[in-house]
Design a protein around this ligand. Sequence first.
Ligand SMILES: [Zn+2]
Length: 68
Amino acid sequence: MASNNRCAGSDGTPKLEERPCPVCGEEVEVFLRKGRICEESICPKCGYKFEIQPEPVIVPREVPDKAE
Ligand SMILES: [Zn+2]
């Protein structure tokens, strides 16, 4: 029995980057993963909240049942 517990962070650890606040222009540190915000950050200057940007989920097309 092989333990197949893969580390959850195998798809990339969050990177800390500075993003300009769209409201006041302040540089705010946000956590990015694959170029998307993966943790909420609050602008220390104006309180703007950088929302988490979820990855687009690719939903496989439903295969119609061959029910006849
Ligand atoms: Zn701001």
